[in-house]
Design a protein around this ligand. Structure first.
Ligand code: NDP
Length: 295
């Protein structure tokens, strides 16, 4: 058996086309152009690349975007003031503070400073709470992208046993909450495993849908999977590869080659979950702009 490859790039492009259409409609019917503000603290090269890619995504769909670059030494107070400026700017509908932040800044305090209506990353406690009770919210982008990948690839999680390995606040916990809701696109039976699991293999073996968000290169192999499982690999890990340009390549938390002969469907790394994160950020920002025009 060779698995269906779930093409995240293609699905993300489709979502971007939909966001672009929605943006054009919002501009012509309400005169509103969605605006997204990025706050980037310090010179972390990976963060710079992410913000650049997100800015490019904004351009593609017709958003306005601004980037506020602050030095790594910026005080927490100055950062919070910047957030507040964007909270009060009617042309800005979404605010994204790129993580990680320097150690002297309290991440949670920053999340709480963003107006919940502009919290397009979905990390404000009000939005997290609404997600848990199944209310209207901004779902965090990576988990929202996973749900879209499942639905748009014909792998509805309803009634399925979903096993998530990893319980971080940005991936594991939110995707568990999203998929267990009694709602379309969800209604799964969810197990969340982590380093405290006594028999991790036993949980993985019972997964109809396995979501790996561990951060360990090729940790899950084909023989660990249930025959016919759907595998969503969130992991992005660098491994040495002298034959590759730059001397390394990216792999997931799942050993792709062995898994694809056992799984029914699988996301590749790169080109699976990764591209979906930006697409969902754009989708959340369009939603925020629509909401603001209805107030
Ligand atoms: P974290 O490091 O925050 O969390 C990892 C989780 O995996 C923890 O809950 C940890 O358990 C669990 N874990 C680690 N080792 C084991 C083990 N041996 N057995 C069982 N559980 C284990 O990672 P993130 O959630 O932030 O990210 C996970 C991966 O996804 C990373 O590779 C990251 O780069 C990638 N990622 C990709 C994104 C994308 O857009 N595609 C977005 C975000 C992340 P415990 O809690 O017990 O320590």
């Amino acid at each position: 058996m060779s698995a269906q490859i779930i093409d995240g790039k293609q699905i993300a492009e489709q979502i971007k086309r939909e966001v672009k259409e929605g943006t054009e409609l919002l501009k012509t019917t309400r005169g509103v152009t969605p605006g997204l503000a990025f706050i980037l603290v310090g010179e972390n090269p990976a963060s710079q690349v992410y913000v650049r890619m997100k800015g490019k995504g904004c351009e593609e769909v017709g958003f306005r975007s601004v980037t506020e670059q602050l030095p790594a030494t910026v005080s927490e107070q100055t950062l919070l003031e910047k957030v507040n400026e964007f909270n009060n700017d009617p042309k800005i509908h979404g605010i994204l503070v790129q993580l990680p932040l320097p150690k002297h800044i309290n991440e949670q305090k920053v999340f709480e400073a963003i107006s919940p209506g502009k919290d397009v990353d979905g990390f404000h406690p009000i939005n997290v709470g609404r997600m848990v009770v199944g209310g209207p919210t901004f779902k965090p982008c990576t988990p929202a992208g996973i749900q879209e990948l499942l639905m748009r690839s014909g792998n509805d999680p309803a009634g399925k046993h979903v096993v998530i390995v990893g319980r971080s606040n940005i991936v594991g916990k939110p995707i568990a909450n999203i998929l267990l809701q009694k709602q379309a696109g969800a209604n799964a039976v969810v197990t969340v495993a982590h380093t405290g699991a006594k028999d991790l293999r036993m949980y993985i073996k019972t997964a109809d849908i396995l979501i790996a968000a561990i951060g360990k290169a090729e940790f899950i192999t084909g023989e660990m999977l249930k025959e016919g499982a759907v595998v969503i690999d969130v992991g992005i890990n660098r491994i040495d590869d002298p034959a590759a340009r730059g001397g390394y390549r990216l792999v997931g938390d799942v050993h792709f080659e062995s898994a694809r002969h056992v799984a029914k469907a699988i996301t590749p790394v790169p080109g699976g979950v990764g591209p979906m994160t930006i697409a969902m950020l754009l989708s959340n920002t369009l939603k925020a702009a629509r909401n603001s025009s209805e107030e």
